[in-house]
Design a protein around this ligand. Structure first.
Ligand code: ZN
Length: 313
Protein backbone atom coordinates (compact mmCIF):
# COMPACT_ATOMS: atom_id res chain seq x y z
CA UNK A 1 0.00 0.00 0.00
CA UNK A 2 1.39 3.42 -1.00
CA UNK A 3 0.82 6.31 1.37
CA UNK A 4 1.45 9.92 0.35
CA UNK A 5 1.97 12.82 2.72
CA UNK A 6 0.08 15.75 1.20
CA UNK A 7 0.22 19.47 1.92
CA UNK A 8 -2.28 22.05 0.71
CA UNK A 9 -0.65 25.47 1.04
CA UNK A 10 -3.16 28.31 1.28
CA UNK A 11 -3.04 31.94 2.35
CA UNK A 12 -4.34 31.25 5.87
CA UNK A 13 -3.70 27.58 6.61
CA UNK A 14 -1.49 24.72 5.54
CA UNK A 15 -3.68 21.63 5.51
CA UNK A 16 -1.86 18.33 5.53
CA UNK A 17 -2.58 14.67 5.74
CA UNK A 18 -1.68 11.10 4.84
CA UNK A 19 -3.73 9.47 2.09
CA UNK A 20 -3.31 5.95 0.69
CA UNK A 21 -3.73 4.63 -2.84
CA UNK A 22 -7.25 3.44 -2.03
CA UNK A 23 -8.20 7.05 -1.39
CA UNK A 24 -8.53 6.72 2.38
CA UNK A 25 -7.58 9.75 4.41
CA UNK A 26 -5.56 8.15 7.24
CA UNK A 27 -4.72 11.39 9.02
CA UNK A 28 -5.37 15.11 8.60
CA UNK A 29 -4.61 18.33 10.43
CA UNK A 30 -3.79 21.95 9.69
CA UNK A 31 -1.36 24.59 10.85
CA UNK A 32 -1.35 28.37 10.25
CA UNK A 33 0.58 29.60 7.21
CA UNK A 34 3.68 31.52 8.42
CA UNK A 35 3.22 35.25 8.01
CA UNK A 36 6.90 35.92 7.27
CA UNK A 37 10.06 34.10 6.14
CA UNK A 38 7.81 31.59 4.42
CA UNK A 39 10.58 30.23 2.19
CA UNK A 40 12.74 29.35 5.21
CA UNK A 41 9.97 28.14 7.54
CA UNK A 42 7.80 26.10 5.14
CA UNK A 43 10.41 23.38 4.42
CA UNK A 44 10.96 23.06 8.19
CA UNK A 45 7.22 22.61 8.77
CA UNK A 46 7.01 19.99 6.00
CA UNK A 47 9.99 18.03 7.40
CA UNK A 48 8.66 18.21 10.96
CA UNK A 49 5.25 16.81 9.92
CA UNK A 50 6.92 14.18 7.74
CA UNK A 51 9.17 12.99 10.59
CA UNK A 52 6.21 12.70 12.94
CA UNK A 53 3.89 10.94 10.49
CA UNK A 54 6.58 8.60 9.17
CA UNK A 55 6.66 6.97 12.60
CA UNK A 56 3.16 5.70 11.98
CA UNK A 57 2.94 5.23 8.20
CA UNK A 58 5.39 4.23 5.54
CA UNK A 59 5.39 7.23 3.21
CA UNK A 60 6.21 6.91 -0.52
CA UNK A 61 6.11 10.55 -1.62
CA UNK A 62 5.60 14.17 -0.62
CA UNK A 63 2.94 15.95 -2.65
CA UNK A 64 2.16 19.65 -2.46
CA UNK A 65 -0.93 21.51 -3.64
CA UNK A 66 -0.05 25.19 -3.73
CA UNK A 67 -1.83 28.46 -4.37
CA UNK A 68 -0.39 30.59 -7.16
CA UNK A 69 1.17 29.80 -10.53
CA UNK A 70 3.29 26.66 -10.25
CA UNK A 71 6.04 25.17 -12.42
CA UNK A 72 5.09 21.55 -11.78
CA UNK A 73 8.27 20.10 -13.31
CA UNK A 74 10.73 22.31 -11.43
CA UNK A 75 8.60 22.39 -8.25
CA UNK A 76 8.69 26.19 -8.06
CA UNK A 77 5.97 28.72 -7.22
CA UNK A 78 6.32 31.19 -10.10
CA UNK A 79 3.88 33.74 -8.73
CA UNK A 80 1.60 34.10 -5.74
CA UNK A 81 -0.10 37.18 -4.34
CA UNK A 82 -1.74 35.26 -1.44
CA UNK A 83 1.29 34.81 0.81
CA UNK A 84 3.95 37.52 1.33
CA UNK A 85 7.38 36.40 0.08
CA UNK A 86 6.10 33.12 -1.37
CA UNK A 87 6.83 33.88 -5.05
CA UNK A 88 9.96 31.94 -6.03
CA UNK A 89 9.51 29.19 -3.40
CA UNK A 90 11.52 26.24 -4.75
CA UNK A 91 10.20 23.11 -3.03
CA UNK A 92 12.46 20.64 -4.79
CA UNK A 93 15.63 22.61 -4.04
CA UNK A 94 14.64 23.17 -0.39
CA UNK A 95 13.46 19.64 0.38
CA UNK A 96 15.72 17.39 -1.74
CA UNK A 97 18.75 17.70 0.59
CA UNK A 98 16.54 16.75 3.55
CA UNK A 99 14.73 13.68 2.23
CA UNK A 100 15.07 10.96 -0.42
CA UNK A 101 11.34 10.87 -1.07
CA UNK A 102 10.05 12.02 -4.47
CA UNK A 103 8.50 15.51 -4.31
CA UNK A 104 5.56 16.66 -6.43
CA UNK A 105 4.16 20.18 -6.64
CA UNK A 106 1.01 21.31 -8.44
CA UNK A 107 -1.34 24.29 -8.47
CA UNK A 108 -4.21 24.03 -5.96
CA UNK A 109 -7.03 24.43 -8.50
CA UNK A 110 -5.55 21.62 -10.60
CA UNK A 111 -5.23 19.51 -7.43
CA UNK A 112 -8.86 20.30 -6.57
CA UNK A 113 -9.85 19.11 -10.04
CA UNK A 114 -7.81 15.91 -9.65
CA UNK A 115 -9.40 15.29 -6.26
CA UNK A 116 -12.87 15.60 -7.80
CA UNK A 117 -11.77 13.32 -10.69
CA UNK A 118 -10.62 10.66 -8.25
CA UNK A 119 -13.26 10.77 -5.57
CA UNK A 120 -15.82 13.47 -6.34
CA UNK A 121 -18.10 15.08 -8.88
CA UNK A 122 -15.78 14.53 -11.87
CA UNK A 123 -15.52 10.73 -11.54
CA UNK A 124 -15.92 9.21 -14.99
CA UNK A 125 -16.07 12.60 -16.76
CA UNK A 126 -13.87 13.08 -19.82
CA UNK A 127 -14.57 16.60 -21.10
CA UNK A 128 -15.31 18.92 -18.22
CA UNK A 129 -14.30 22.13 -16.50
CA UNK A 130 -13.59 22.67 -12.81
CA UNK A 131 -14.04 26.22 -11.51
CA UNK A 132 -13.47 27.56 -8.02
CA UNK A 133 -15.10 30.74 -6.81
CA UNK A 134 -13.14 32.58 -4.13
CA UNK A 135 -11.05 35.74 -4.13
CA UNK A 136 -10.82 35.18 -7.88
CA UNK A 137 -12.01 32.45 -10.22
CA UNK A 138 -9.66 29.53 -10.76
CA UNK A 139 -10.15 27.11 -13.61
CA UNK A 140 -8.99 23.72 -14.81
CA UNK A 141 -9.96 22.22 -18.14
CA UNK A 142 -10.30 18.49 -18.63
CA UNK A 143 -9.97 17.27 -22.23
CA UNK A 144 -10.51 13.61 -22.99
CA UNK A 145 -9.86 12.71 -19.35
CA UNK A 146 -6.63 14.71 -19.09
CA UNK A 147 -5.92 18.10 -17.57
CA UNK A 148 -5.03 20.67 -20.20
CA UNK A 149 -1.70 22.21 -19.19
CA UNK A 150 -0.93 24.39 -22.20
CA UNK A 151 2.48 25.15 -23.71
CA UNK A 152 3.88 26.53 -20.46
CA UNK A 153 1.54 24.96 -17.89
CA UNK A 154 -0.62 28.07 -17.63
CA UNK A 155 -3.82 26.95 -19.36
CA UNK A 156 -7.16 27.49 -17.66
CA UNK A 157 -7.08 31.07 -16.34
CA UNK A 158 -10.78 31.37 -17.06
CA UNK A 159 -11.20 34.11 -14.45
CA UNK A 160 -9.26 36.47 -16.71
CA UNK A 161 -11.53 36.28 -19.72
CA UNK A 162 -13.37 39.57 -20.28
CA UNK A 163 -17.16 39.62 -19.93
CA UNK A 164 -17.71 43.41 -19.64
CA UNK A 165 -16.09 45.63 -22.24
CA UNK A 166 -14.00 48.33 -20.54
CA UNK A 167 -15.29 47.13 -17.15
CA UNK A 168 -13.74 46.90 -13.70
CA UNK A 169 -9.94 46.91 -13.44
CA UNK A 170 -8.38 43.53 -12.70
CA UNK A 171 -5.08 42.55 -11.06
CA UNK A 172 -4.03 40.97 -14.37
CA UNK A 173 -4.01 44.39 -16.04
CA UNK A 174 -7.18 43.95 -18.11
CA UNK A 175 -10.59 45.50 -17.58
CA UNK A 176 -13.86 43.63 -17.19
CA UNK A 177 -12.53 40.18 -16.28
CA UNK A 178 -14.99 37.39 -15.37
CA UNK A 179 -13.59 37.15 -11.83
CA UNK A 180 -14.22 40.85 -11.14
CA UNK A 181 -17.97 40.14 -11.48
CA UNK A 182 -18.58 36.51 -10.56
CA UNK A 183 -16.10 35.56 -7.82
CA UNK A 184 -17.15 35.38 -4.18
CA UNK A 185 -15.14 38.56 -3.53
CA UNK A 186 -17.04 40.37 -6.30
CA UNK A 187 -20.37 39.34 -4.74
CA UNK A 188 -19.22 40.58 -1.33
CA UNK A 189 -17.94 43.90 -2.70
CA UNK A 190 -21.13 44.44 -4.70
CA UNK A 191 -23.26 43.74 -1.63
CA UNK A 192 -21.25 46.15 0.54
CA UNK A 193 -21.57 48.83 -2.17
CA UNK A 194 -25.31 48.22 -2.54
CA UNK A 195 -25.99 48.42 1.20
CA UNK A 196 -23.97 51.62 1.46
CA UNK A 197 -26.09 53.07 -1.35
CA UNK A 198 -29.23 52.03 0.53
CA UNK A 199 -28.01 53.75 3.70
CA UNK A 200 -27.37 50.51 5.64
CA UNK A 201 -23.58 50.27 5.60
CA UNK A 202 -22.07 46.80 6.16
CA UNK A 203 -18.36 46.51 6.91
CA UNK A 204 -17.72 42.85 6.36
CA UNK A 205 -19.78 39.83 5.34
CA UNK A 206 -19.04 36.47 3.73
CA UNK A 207 -20.47 35.16 0.48
CA UNK A 208 -22.23 32.37 2.40
CA UNK A 209 -23.92 34.95 4.66
CA UNK A 210 -25.14 36.89 1.63
CA UNK A 211 -26.65 33.69 0.23
CA UNK A 212 -28.46 33.16 3.56
CA UNK A 213 -29.90 36.69 3.21
CA UNK A 214 -31.05 35.82 -0.31
CA UNK A 215 -32.99 32.87 1.11
CA UNK A 216 -34.66 35.35 3.48
CA UNK A 217 -35.53 37.57 0.48
CA UNK A 218 -33.49 40.52 1.81
CA UNK A 219 -33.89 43.06 -1.06
CA UNK A 220 -30.25 44.27 -1.21
CA UNK A 221 -28.88 40.74 -1.16
CA UNK A 222 -31.43 39.59 -3.73
CA UNK A 223 -30.53 42.40 -6.12
CA UNK A 224 -26.77 41.74 -6.09
CA UNK A 225 -27.32 37.96 -6.15
CA UNK A 226 -29.40 38.12 -9.35
CA UNK A 227 -26.69 40.19 -11.04
CA UNK A 228 -24.05 37.76 -9.77
CA UNK A 229 -25.97 34.78 -11.19
CA UNK A 230 -26.26 36.62 -14.50
CA UNK A 231 -22.54 37.39 -14.73
CA UNK A 232 -21.59 33.88 -13.64
CA UNK A 233 -23.86 32.39 -16.29
CA UNK A 234 -22.46 34.72 -18.94
CA UNK A 235 -18.91 33.57 -18.25
CA UNK A 236 -19.99 29.93 -18.04
CA UNK A 237 -21.82 30.20 -21.38
CA UNK A 238 -18.57 31.47 -22.96
CA UNK A 239 -16.75 28.42 -21.57
CA UNK A 240 -19.53 26.10 -22.77
CA UNK A 241 -19.42 27.52 -26.31
CA UNK A 242 -15.62 27.34 -26.36
CA UNK A 243 -15.14 23.83 -24.98
CA UNK A 244 -18.46 21.97 -25.27
CA UNK A 245 -17.95 20.23 -21.89
CA UNK A 246 -20.30 17.51 -20.62
CA UNK A 247 -20.19 19.13 -17.21
CA UNK A 248 -18.86 22.17 -15.32
CA UNK A 249 -18.21 21.62 -11.64
CA UNK A 250 -18.11 24.66 -9.36
CA UNK A 251 -16.21 24.59 -6.09
CA UNK A 252 -15.54 27.14 -3.38
CA UNK A 253 -17.49 27.74 -0.18
CA UNK A 254 -20.32 29.63 -1.82
CA UNK A 255 -21.10 27.00 -4.46
CA UNK A 256 -20.82 23.83 -2.43
CA UNK A 257 -23.90 22.68 -0.58
CA UNK A 258 -25.83 25.43 -2.32
CA UNK A 259 -28.34 23.72 -4.60
CA UNK A 260 -30.28 26.96 -5.05
CA UNK A 261 -27.33 28.76 -6.68
CA UNK A 262 -26.60 25.80 -8.93
CA UNK A 263 -30.26 25.61 -10.00
CA UNK A 264 -30.45 29.37 -10.60
CA UNK A 265 -27.29 29.27 -12.73
CA UNK A 266 -28.54 26.29 -14.75
CA UNK A 267 -31.74 28.21 -15.45
CA UNK A 268 -29.95 31.45 -16.40
CA UNK A 269 -27.56 29.58 -18.70
CA UNK A 270 -30.52 28.48 -20.82
CA UNK A 271 -30.84 32.15 -21.83
CA UNK A 272 -27.12 32.55 -22.53
CA UNK A 273 -25.93 29.35 -24.20
CA UNK A 274 -27.19 27.67 -27.34
CA UNK A 275 -29.48 24.79 -26.47
CA UNK A 276 -27.52 22.11 -28.35
CA UNK A 277 -24.59 22.68 -25.97
CA UNK A 278 -26.68 22.11 -22.87
CA UNK A 279 -27.52 18.84 -21.24
CA UNK A 280 -29.65 18.44 -18.17
CA UNK A 281 -28.07 20.53 -15.41
CA UNK A 282 -24.69 21.00 -17.06
CA UNK A 283 -23.54 22.92 -13.97
CA UNK A 284 -23.15 21.10 -10.68
CA UNK A 285 -21.27 21.67 -7.46
CA UNK A 286 -18.01 20.13 -6.28
CA UNK A 287 -18.44 17.65 -3.45
CA UNK A 288 -15.10 17.25 -1.67
CA UNK A 289 -15.07 20.71 -0.11
CA UNK A 290 -11.74 21.86 1.29
CA UNK A 291 -10.32 18.33 1.14
CA UNK A 292 -10.25 18.28 -2.67
CA UNK A 293 -6.72 19.76 -2.73
CA UNK A 294 -5.27 17.06 -0.48
CA UNK A 295 -6.91 14.22 -2.41
CA UNK A 296 -5.79 15.77 -5.69
CA UNK A 297 -2.23 16.15 -4.44
CA UNK A 298 -2.20 12.45 -3.54
CA UNK A 299 -3.68 11.49 -6.91
CA UNK A 300 -1.08 13.62 -8.71
CA UNK A 301 1.77 11.85 -6.88
CA UNK A 302 0.36 8.34 -7.44
CA UNK A 303 -0.22 8.91 -11.15
CA UNK A 304 3.26 10.35 -11.62
CA UNK A 305 4.76 7.41 -9.71
CA UNK A 306 2.78 5.02 -11.91
CA UNK A 307 1.10 3.53 -8.87
CA UNK A 308 -2.29 1.93 -9.40
CA UNK A 309 -4.90 4.37 -8.13
CA UNK A 310 -8.00 2.80 -6.62
CA UNK A 311 -11.26 4.47 -5.81
CA UNK A 312 -13.10 1.91 -3.80
CA UNK A 313 -14.35 4.36 -1.20
ZN1 ZN B 1 -8.04 39.65 -15.03
Amino acid sequence: MSNVICFDIGGTFIKYGVINQDGSLCFKDKTPTPKKDIQQILPMIIMEKLDALQREWSISAISISSCGLVDREAGIVLYSNNIPGYTGMNFKEALSPLTNLPIFVENDVKCGCMGEMWKGALQGKKDAVFLTLGTGIGGTILVNGKILNGSSNLAGELGHTVIVNNGRSCSCGRKGCFERYASTSALVQDYIREMRRRGFPVNSISGEEIVQLVYKQEPGALKVYLKFVHYLSQGLANIIHLLNPESIIIGGGIAEQNEQLIQDVNKEIEKEAMSMYLNNNIISSAVLGNQAGLFGACYNALVRLNVQVNSTT
